[in-house]
Design a binder for this molecule. Structure first.
Ligand code: ASP
Length: 323
């Protein structure tokens, strides 16, 4: 091909890519959730997707790609076509997995295009209904005294429940038996069935079970009490002074997704976070959307960088790794 023809072909390609980005979206968009259906990440994705669909004028579906502590889903999206039709909604675990996994297989900071932050969800310590401790102070004492007996459910290495459990075990200096699941959905079923003793998980899924009296609730992991669960003390009030975990969530597309596509997705996310239905449901589930200025690509990129840098040394010190 001579130079002139090559330049013309390049221009035609650039024009058609721009035209495609302008027309976006023309078909169904998939949001990958890296955990099983029925868990907190799934809940946030389903609420957001319905609202984003309204502003994008296309169907937005949720696909659960669970496993390996929520690392398989983002890796798949990192390798997907950068056309805006496959996105991933993941939480804080996207920043901790960088240090936890020896072979993560992708880099969330360079292989994904950030769209925006979504929400920061408190966690709660909950247990099967007949678990003996009556309150958080008793739970701490009981777990310390029965280290070899009690079992802790989590959603795999890299999950928020893993992170909360890791911080709890470090704080009380106990190494407990953990039972990994593909997400909070199946973990909650086993907890309610009494097959596993206790867990720490997001209010987005524990609130209905706490209010319905299906599990025993002990404390929230934030530094202040949560409005919709006002009777629950904080873990800090119960004796573990610096204990704090919040589970932030973000939305990403594959790297090199055209800017006009990212801009449309960010605008749809911002509209979803103002949608009264989303705001009300989030409040019922103990959380609230981030301010609009944080539901942006720049804010998510900056937040991810801060979190990767924050958790790296903590995880290194704890000496926990997965392959
Ligand atoms: N809440 C889970 C976690 O521990 C994951 C989920 O099912 O959303 O990260």
């Amino acid at each position: 091909m001579n130079i002139r023809r090559f330049v013309a072909a390049l221009a035609a390609f650039a024009f058609s890519a721009a035209a495609t980005a302008q027309d976006y979206p023309t078909r169904t968009i998939t949001i990958v959730v890296p955990f099983a259906a029925g868990g907190p990440t799934d809940t946030v994705a389903r609420l957001i997707s319905q609202s984003m669909a309204k502003s994008l004028g296309q169907t937005v579906i949720v696909e659960n790609v669970a496993g390996a502590g929520g690392t398989i889903g983002p890796k798949r999206v990192a390798g997907a076509k950068p056309d805006g039709y496959q996105l991933v909604l993941m939480h804080i675990g996207i920043s901790t997995s960088v240090s936890l996994y020896r072979n993560l297989g992708y880099n969330p900071q360079t292989d994904l295009s950030p769209i925006g932050l979504i929400t920061d969800v408190p966690m709660t310590f909950i247990a099967k209904k007949d678990f003996p401790p009556k309150d958080m102070k008793e739970l701490i004492a009981y777990v310390k005294a029965n280290k070899d007996k009690v079992t802790y459910a989590n959603a795999g290495v890299g999950a928020a429940s893993h992170l909360c459990g890791m911080l709890f075990m470090t704080a009380i200096q106990a190494d407990l038996t953990t039972v990994p699941y593909k997400g909070t959905g199946p973990a909650m079923t086993d907890l309610m069935g009494g097959q596993v003793d206790f867990m720490c998980d997001q209010t987005t899924n524990t609130t209905p079970q706490i209010k319905g009296g299906k599990v025993k609730a002990y404390a929230v992991t934030t530094s202040t009490r949560v409005k919709s669960l006002a009777d629950l003390p904080t873990v800090q009030e119960s004796g573990l002074k610096d204990f704090h975990v919040g589970v932030w969530h973000g939305l990403w597309a594959p790297k090199d997704t055209p800017k006009p596509v990212i801009d449309k997705l960010a605008a749809a996310l911002q509209a979803a976070l103002k949608d009264p239905n989303v705001v009300t449901k989030f409040a019922e589930l103990g959380t609230e959307p981030v301010p609009a200025a944080q539901a942006t690509p720049a804010a998510l990129a900056a937040h991810l960088k801060t979190e990767v840098e924050k958790w790296g040394p903590i995880i290194k010190k704890a000496g926990i790794y997965a392959d």
